[in-house]
Design a protein around this ligand. Structure first.
Ligand code: NAD
Length: 428
């Protein structure tokens, strides 16, 4: 859908197939429906801060190599900014800007007091030793001392970064602060102040909103079937927890294979199998199908939890599910949206469906600041409440404006940030 208002600029083109472009397009659609004031639109479209820094290190062979590091803070109206740090050879500042905006909307939807940010270092981590990665992370953190901070900007793991990366950031920041500052990052190892339940949080959130959507459509979980594309952190946990709620998981896939059993797959057995073989290929008690066939099977719930651009205008018309819960970021292209809506498929958008991870990151930050750690049960109960509330709020807004849950989610988020901005006003 193309926006009409003259002040709405076209979304930045990052690359031909980039899902973030789709995200910006949906932002424009929601801004138009909301009748967003022109000045506020301009404010929300521009990141508040963009930092590009050179990160020099001595490599293992003693030579100096210089990398480019980025941090974009899209918005900090609701609170300190939150977002991942990724290491990849092809990252760009435009991609960081779009991903940072994505985080602003995600945090607003689940009602956590954070703004949005994203950052990274342009590098090929597969070509760097552990020592080089540590030096890179520590020097990047030192360059970002005025940006990062538990009350300012809080990084988390993202593509090619992990708990160890967060531990190095936390340690470097703490050394400069002359005290332990655990709340400067989330996604830390448990021993350093990480939270119970963080690893499972995104998959758990996907399960929670999927069950909530089934209730809306009067589908009993114990009579429902589901298909999960992608069997990594998000997909495997979502499948496991859905099965615990009585949902029959009839098909699963990873990058190598897709497996199908109309009688239902035992997800725990599949997890054990993948733990040993590192792939779903040749899993017994299942038929082999293609990834394209998997998406088009008849089912109640489809969970794309692999990567972006999986449901497109080409295959959307062939889908036979009733609900899609987007575990991955950007699995549906903007062009597929109207096709799915026409077919009456209820799509729980990524910015809601996979927000369980950032919600438990928020819990981690709260626990670090209190110095008091919650039980797994407390983490899960609170996650359940917040995801359900977010689902209900998005559903209400979508019904009020007669739009999809996706546009409803953007309207909810943009309205919240815009109202907060109006109350705060523009400084000086
Ligand atoms: P992961 O690397 O643990 O798992 C990805 C899975 O997808 C693997 O099983 C892989 O084999 C499979 N896969 C890759 N390409 C595929 C293809 N073409 N067809 C089928 N399967 C394919 O990653 P993850 O952490 O589970 O993340 C998955 C998605 O969820 C990503 O889009 C990520 O951005 C998003 N996400 C993750 C989190 C989180 O907390 N991990 C939070 C929010 C969003």
């Amino acid at each position: 859908m193309s926006p009409q208002a003259s002040y709405i600029e076209p979304a930045p083109i990052i690359d031909k197939e980039n899902p973030f472009e789709s995200m910006m397009e949906r932002f424009d659609t929601a801004a138009k429906i909301l009748g967003l004031d022109e000045g506020i639109y301009k404010y929300l479209k521009s990141p508040v801060k963009q930092v590009i820094t050179s990160v020099p290190i001595f490599t293992d062979n003693g030579s100096i190599e210089v990398f480019e590091g980025y941090r974009v803070i899209h918005n900090d109206i609701l609170g300190p900014s939150k977002g991942g740090i990724r290491y990849a050879p092809d990252i760009t500042i435009d991609e960081m800007k779009a991903l940072a905006a994505w985080m602003t909307w995600k945090c607003a939807i689940v009602n956590i007091p954070f703004g949005g940010a994203k950052g990274g270092i342009k590098c090929d981590p597969t070509k760097l030793s552990n020592t080089e990665l540590e030096k890179l992370t520590r020097r990047f953190t030192a360059n970002m001392l005025d940006v990062f901070g538990p009350e300012r900007d809080i990084p988390a793991p993202d593509m090619n970064t992990n708990e160890q990366t967060m531990a190095w950031i936390m340690d470097t920041y703490s050394m400069h602060s002359k005290r332990n500052v655990t709340a400067v990052v989330t996604g830390k190892p448990m021993i350093l102040g990480g939270s119970q339940g963080r690893r499972e949080a995104t998959g758990r959130g996907v399960m929670i909103v999927s069950i909530a959507a089934m209730q809306k459509l009067r589908i009993k979980p114990t009579e429902a079937t589901a298909i999960v594309q992608g069997f990594g952190n998000v997909g495997s946990i979502a499948a496991q927890l859905l099965q615990e709620h009585g949902v029959k998981i009839i098909a699963l896939s990873d990058v190598n294979s897709a497996i199908y059993n109309n009688e239902g797959l035992n997800v725990n057995e599949v997890i054990d199998y993948v733990g040993k073989k590192k792939t779903l290929t040749n899993f017994p008690k299942a038929e082999k199908i293609t990834n394209a066939e998997l998406l088009e099977l008849e089912c109640d719930l489809l969970v794309p939890a692999a990567k972006e651009d999986q449901i497109t205008s080409k295959n959307a018309k062939k889908l036979k599910c009733k609900i899609i819960a987007e575990g991955a970021n950007g699995p549906t292209t903007a062009k597929a949206d109207p096709v799915l809506q026409e077919k009456g498929i209820l799509v729980i958008p990524d910015i809601l469906a996979n927000a369980g991870g950032v919600t438990v990151s928020y819990f981690e930050w709260v626990q670090d600041r209190m110095g008091f750690f919650w039980t797994l049960n407390r983490v899960n109960t609170r996650l359940d409440r917040m995801m359900n509330e977010a689902f209900v709020n998005v559903y209400k807004v979508a019904a009020q404006y007669n739009v999809s849950l996706r546009i409803g989610a953007y309207i909810l988020a943009i309205d919240k940030v815009a109202k907060t901005l109006k109350i705060r006003g523009i400084y000086a």
